[in-house]
Ligand binder design. Structure first.
Ligand SMILES: *[C@@H]1O[C@H](CO)[C@@H](O)[C@H](O)[C@H]1NC(C)=O
Ligand SMILES: *[C@@H]1O[C@H](CO)[C@@H](O)[C@H](O)[C@H]1NC(C)=O
Length: 402
């Protein structure tokens, strides 16, 4: 085993001397995946997820994974041109918002989903050149007020994901807390710290309601009518990825040092999901639509988002124990994006429990491919050669042992 590791190190350091090639997907594939995403994303959560994915992909310096708060208000020309996709989602949403709507997208039915666009709206406000334009700021503030003061809540204080009944969905974690935290990190001060704490508390309350301790996984939907007690893979991926965004927002805020225990909790709650999830990974690298139910089907969408969260978590912790699972998932996703830039073999994101028919495509799945590419790129460039050597050795040891 020891000599195998050394041989691997030797061959890798030789390979690392060669010029590095494009990491992950080719630029043309990513351009196609993005064009398809923008063509089919229409629902609030799809637009919010698209905006986040495009921020991480095209303007990583403005994403919570690297930017300190506040971001620069005068963007360099090169950043402005690469942020055009994100800012145009924000401005389209704000332009179309009826004046009397309390949420960024009117009549949605969901409490959490319209808030997902809020991060890009705040970014658009912060970086706007027309300082007299308060439309972004006031739309974001109205949305925040709706979440905190108007939306229904559970008895223990969790903000409902739905507006017509109190109901908690794992999806909420990616939609609302990242916006609440981002708002807090931007405004700073005592009010900002209260919002950072609120984002954390909402995650804690959701976890308390949704975690199935025996499985180590989150149920999809609890409380009210029409619950889904399964360990839906996409729901668990939304939760893990959303927790990481809140964690990074807190970490890069000026209040970071006051929120150490919260950051530790979030790291370990993500680890719990990753650990419990990857132990059920299929031999092809994918996840079942219900993670621990092998009678369900391959879902590439959740596989992509869970792998993205895994690379992000590994960068944060420098713990590579989940990386070989994520690399196997990455290989599967690369084989499942077709030559037209569509992700194949996804769950129907609206019924949750049936695969999409041939020729139909998942808007969120398209965004998850971009999130995966961004996380994979950052993982490989930040942890660099050392990480790839370490994880290749780990892969070799795992392969030798199996
Ligand atoms: C792909 O895009 C990245 C980011 O824009 C760029 O740095 C890189 O040079 C491109 N690679 C190729 C092979 O065109
Ligand atoms: C919008 O940007 C201005 C700075 O131009 C800032 O003072 C204000 O707080 C921002 N609004 C929000 C809601 O962050």
């Amino acid at each position: 085993m020891f000599s195998l590791g050394l041989a691997f190190l030797a061959s890798l350091s030789y390979a690392a001397a060669a010029p590095t090639t494009q990491l992950g997907f080719s630029n043309t594939t990513i351009a196609d995946v993005k064009a398809n995403l923008l063509q089919i994303a229409t629902h609030s959560w799809e637009l919010g997820t698209a905006a986040e994915a495009l921020t991480e992909l095209e303007t990583p310096t403005l994403s919570v994974f690297s930017s300190k708060f506040p971001p620069p208000s005068n963007l360099a020309a090169s950043v402005v041109s690469s942020a055009v996709d994100v800012l145009s989602i924000a401005s389209t949403v704000v332009k179309e918002k009826p004046a009397n709507s309390q949420t960024l997208i009117a009549g949605d039915g969901a409490v959490g989903d319209p808030a997902s666009v809020g991060v890009s709206v705040l970014l658009a406000n912060w970086t706007r050149t027309q300082l007299s334009d308060t439309s972004f700021s006031s739309a974001a503030t109205t949305q925040l007020n709706y979440l905190l003061n108007i939306a229904p809540r559970s008895d223990d204080g969790a903000i409902s994901h739905r507006s017509d009944q109190v109901q908690l969905w794992a999806d909420f974690i990616y939609m609302a807390p990242p916006f609440i935290a981002y708002y807090g990190a931007l405004i700073g001060g005592n009010d900002g710290e209260t919002l950072l704490q609120t984002a954390y508390d909402q995650i804690r309350l959701y976890r308390q309601n949704l975690l199935d301790e025996d499985a180590g996984l989150w149920r999809h939907i609890a409380l009210g009518q029409g619950t889904d007690p399964t360990h839906w893979a996409t729901g668990n991926a939304w939760a893990a990825a959303g927790m990481l965004r809140v964690l990074e927002t807190i970490k890069h805020s000026s209040a970071s040092k006051k929120f150490i225990s919260q950051q530790k909790d979030l790291l370990s709650w993500v680890d719990d999901i990753l650990t419990s999830t990857w132990q059920h990974q299929r031999s092809d690298g994918g996840l079942y639509n219900v993670i621990d139910d092998s009678s369900t089907f391959l879902d590439t969408a959740s596989t992509a988002l869970m792998a993205a969260a895994t690379f992000r978590w590994s960068i944060l912790t420098n713990d590579l124990s989940h990386v070989s699972a994520a690399n196997n998932a990455m290989s599967l996703i690369q084989s499942k994006v077709n030559s037209d830039g569509w992700l194949l073999d996804t769950v129907d994101p609206e019924t949750f429990h049936a695969p999409l028919a041939d020729g139909e495509h998942s808007p969120e799945g398209q965004a998850f491919v971009l999130l995966l590419q961004s996380a994979y790129r950052d993982y490989n460039s930040i942890l660099g050669e050392f990480a790839s050597v370490k994880s290749s050795v780990a892969d070799a040891i795992t392969n030798a042992a199996t």
